[in-house]
Design a protein around this ligand. Sequence first.
Ligand SMILES: C[S@@+](CC[C@H](N)C(=O)[O-])C[C@H]1O[C@@H](n2cnc3c(N)ncnc32)[C@H](O)[C@@H]1O
Length: 231
Amino acid sequence: MHSCEQASGDPAGGLACATMITDSWLADTRTSYDTVAASYTELLRDGLAAQPYLRAALALFAEQVRTAGGGPVADIGCGPGHVTAHLQGLGADAFGVDLSPAMIEAARRAHPALRFEVGSMTDLDLPDASVAGLLAFWSLIHIPDEVVPTVFAHFRRVMRPGAPLLIGFHLGDGTRLKTEGYGGHPMRVHVHHRRPDRVSGWLREAEFTIEAEMSINLDRTLPGAVVFGRA
Ligand SMILES: C[S@@+](CC[C@H](N)C(=O)[O-])C[C@H]1O[C@@H](n2cnc3c(N)ncnc32)[C@H](O)[C@@H]1O
């Protein structure tokens, strides 16, 4: 067992120190996204431009945060921070958390006015009832089924009662091992595809209520889904 800081050499402190990497799949995920951080940032910078349904979902989510009284919004598994910045542009007080120190460095470089910290959703180092909204876009795809309840318990714990939640993920069934990506760089990540009712079921068990499910890009290579919940 070693801390994120020891393993990554990242002296940034904050959430980095608190994150314990005890599982090889989690260490592999972090190493993989460290490897692809630069190319991912380049390739995904304008990723939302081609995703009208996701932009609509994010606009609705930002409105829900506002209506619920506003406050800090956590983007968990934020990658290079383009969605965090989009939320900020919609008026949300958004900050990002990601497992990969290289992704967090990229996010800080691209969006110096925003707050980004290294941390894992499996061991979320945020105070109880401290966030007014929580987003996890295509980051839960790397969490094995047996760990999802732990992650959702953390989400529920850190959210204020009544705060909105938005989860995005690959639609489908089964798991594949991804061994390269984002321009042919080596990766070793398991990618879990799921049905919305499965994700909603886990969320209900974690004491969220479900407000909406939407499937998108159904005839594209990688269909997706979003689930809107409420703490
Ligand atoms: C496919 S990328 C999605 C990034 C961004 N949310 C987006 O929509 O472009 C997956 C991200 O999830 C992060 N991630 C994976 N497992 C995580 C964990 N346990 N805790 C926090 N972030 C994690 C990865 O480091 C990576 O940046």
